[in-house]
Design a protein around this ligand. Structure first.
Ligand code: C5P
Length: 285
């Protein structure tokens, strides 16, 4: 098989509600998740058995066995029962440890790409099970949907056909936030029903941004913002510069803001002066 390239799209959480602790130690979630045009690319080329390699020029990304792309490859080698070979080249555009599921998207692309390169013909169901072993966001990244309401750990997906053609500004301050640390420090409020997620979806579909501001909530902000107040300052700045709505994505620290026009999203990023921050404008997929 000749070489080919897959896209690995970033995601945001338009809501993230934590309903309680599960017996397996993870949190039960309700989250409206959406994929973005912003993406990494992963190129797959054939290589002899036993030769598995990953190249990536992004500073700070481990290329060791803890890398999620290599972990995905190892799971597929185990499923195949053979040390199949591949050469992979990752072009990173999604910032690392940002709350945008960049690593999860790369892992999902690796599962899809190597399943194809190695002609394993693993079923979607089998791939979904492997995806969940790699991380709670990986099943969403693996699914071809542009958006979904996620339940369970994040793997039970109800697909959402598409979101309005809004524009987003993304701003990631130059800090890294550990997802495990955020969940560990989360104070669960009693009797959370997860009702905001359905209401936020209805609000978005109806173009009711007032209602979206009311229901678009992320429980993880209650941990990340007190520890990193810069997240709240970025939200405020984006709101002062015309955002219809802004929220931290995932466990942070990236903040996204919604705008009607591309030019408004682009302009808002210019008001964030810090040169070390990641800033971009993008759209829903
Ligand atoms: O599944 P993943 O590896 O992405 O999870 C990262 C961290 O977030 C883990 O430490 C896990 O405990 C926490 N988490 C959680 N509940 C979820 C998803 C993740 O507690 N639904």
């Amino acid at each position: 098989m000749s070489a080919f390239t897959l896209r690995a799209h970033a995601k945001i959480n338009l809501t993230l509600e934590t309903l309680g602790m599960r017996p397996d130690g993870y949190h039960e979630l309700r989250s409206l998740m959406a994929k973005l045009a912003l993406h990494d690319t992963l190129r797959f080329s054939p290589a002899p058995a036993g030769q598995l390699s990953l190249a990536c020029a992004a500073p700070g990304l481990s290329l060791g066995e803890d890398n999620l792309v290599l972990k995905a490859a190892r799971l597929l080698q185990a499923a195949a029962g053979r040390p199949l070979g591949a050469r992979m080249l990752l072009i990173k555009r999604i910032p690392l440890a940002a709350g945008l599921a960049g690593g999860s998207a790369d892992a999902a692309a690796a599962l899809l790409g190597l399943n194809r390169l190695w002609r394993l013909r693993l079923s979607p169901r089998r791939l979904r099970a492997l995806a969940l072993r790699l991380g709670s966001d990986v099943p969403f990244c693996l699914d071809p949907c542009p958006a979904a309401v996620a339940r369970g750990r994040g793997e039970r997906l109800a697909r959402v056909a598409g979101l309005p053609p809004l524009h987003l500004a993304l701003v990631k301050p130059d800090i890294s936030v550990s997802t495990a640390w955020v969940y560990k420090n989360l104070k669960l409020k009693a009797l959370v029903q997860g009702a905001h997620t359905a209401k936020a979806l209805a609000a978005l579909r109806a173009g009711d941004l007032q209602a979206l501001r009311q229901h678009g909530i992320n429980h993880l902000e209650s941990v990340s913002i007190p520890r990193y107040p810069v997240i709240a300052r970025i939200k405020k700045k984006l709101n002062q510069n015309g955002a219809l709505f802004s929220l931290m994505s995932g466990s942070g620290p990236t903040v996204y803001a919604l705008f009607t026009r591309h030019s408004e999203a682009e302009r808002a990023t210019k008001f964030i002066k810090n040169e070390r921050y990641f800033k971009c404008s993008t759209q829903f997929l």
